[in-house]
Design a protein around this ligand. Structure first.
Ligand code: FES
Length: 186
């Protein structure tokens, strides 16, 4: 089974129509090879929850990992169809979305799965092409800009780079390309 699967075929995929998902379900979702999906949701903040073995690189970079702490091969994600979103354990254990681009490369910008309203995690809705927070209805565009509140701020970004088939995530500290201003998280 591929890393990213259709909603109806991936047994660990979190259904969009069931927002009442527990932390355990989210963990199951991320276990092993099941690091990704086109959608997933959970009601509660899970930041700091995915902390694995320490492997850090330059500029505070870390390897993208699954919930077991295993680095995820870039080839595993890039084998999926363009537009697929992979949810991985990122910086400080924050779940982070990676995106396969139309040219089958990996988007160098990752989006942290942590709603800027009250910190819920949220799914990507491939039909609406939005991130949709199940807690209070905030919606974000594909680049993490706010489409509808109550979320007050765009989603946090991270850098994504591939080296020797490993995916490195590093902090985004320069201007936010969406606002051309200093990021709110810096
Ligand atoms: S936590 Fe996402 S809308 Fe409230």
């Amino acid at each position: 089974m591929g890393v990213v699967s259709n909603l109806n075929t991936m047994e660990n995929t979190l259904p969009l129509d069931n927002p009442s998902l527990s932390r355990r379900q989210l963990l199951n979702f991320l276990t092993g090879a099941a690091v990704a999906a086109t959608a997933g949701s959970a009601l509660y903040p899970v930041s700091k929850y995915f902390i694995g073995p320490d492997e850090s690189g330059e500029g505070g970079a870390i390897l993208a990992k699954d919930i077991l702490g295993n680095p995820i091969p870039a080839s595993q994600i890039l084998a999926e169809v363009p537009g697929s979103r992979a949810l991985v354990a990122g910086l400080a254990g924050e779940p982070t979305y990676l995106t396969v681009l139309e040219n089958s490369s990996l988007n160098p910008i990752g989006i942290v799965d942590n709603c800027t309203h009250l910190g819920c995690t949220f799914p990507w809705n491939p039909v609406d092409q939005e991130f949709q927070c199940p807690c209070h209805g905030s919606r974000y565009s594909a680049d993490g800009s706010v489409l509808r509140g109550p979320a007050p701020l765009p989603l946090k970004l991270v850098h994504v780079a591939i080296k020797e088939n490993r995916i490195w995530l590093s902090p985004w500290t320069e201007l936010d390309p969406r606002t051309e201003a200093k990021p709110w998280w810096v």
